[in-house]
Design a protein. Structure first.
Length: 170
């Protein structure tokens, strides 16, 4: 009986499929090819889109609507904000994003001031009610708030467990 190739203790020849793999030359390493993405540190926002985004927010638009109008998905916009504020788990803040969101926050503040001024001109009582509410000891434009008394230490209910009852009976 003929021994099976590579199974006999006397047969020292390697199996044919292993022989090919062991003698095969490794292909030369290729340099990594950069993908089709944007360069590192850049964002998907053109200068025109940036101007539109800031103008829309300053006019009173919500950030997600302004982002969509500028060609940015709202989810991407939120991710950009996380990166700019240093809250993203994988990416560090980039100067371009930090500057962008500083401008966006300033635009939102200008929009809010403009709206508050419009409310103050239209209905001063309403504006004063929310802008200058009364506080304890200070008069404001809402119902007076009584002054706070000295803080008293909190009282706790008596413990009713058996072990404490025995101690108090002694």
């Amino acid at each position: 009986m003929e021994p099976i190739l590579g199974n006999s203790a006397r047969d020292t020849r390697p199996l044919p499929h292993l022989h090919r793999r062991m003698n095969a030359k490794k292909p030369p390493r290729k340099k990594p090819v950069k993908g089709p993405g944007r360069p590192a540190g850049s964002i998907k926002l053109t200068p025109e889109g940036r101007a539109l985004l800031i103008a829309a927010i300053e006019a009173g638009a919500s950030d997600h609507a302004a982002a969509r109008a500028a060609g940015i998905d709202p989810r991407t916009f939120r991710t950009y904000r996380q990166i700019a504020e240093g809250r993203h788990p994988m990416r560090r803040p980039m100067k371009t994003l930090v500057g962008l969101f500083r401008e966006i926050d300033e635009a939102a503040a200008r929009a809010r001031i403009r709206q508050e001024m419009a409310v103050a001109n239209k209905d001063p009582k309403h504006w004063l009610r929310y802008q200058a509410p009364s506080k304890p000891g200070l008069d404001g434009w809402t119902t007076p708030v009584p002054e706070e008394h000295e803080e008293v230490a909190p009282t706790y209910p008596e413990c009713t467990c058996a072990s404490h009852k025995e101690e108090s009976d002694d």
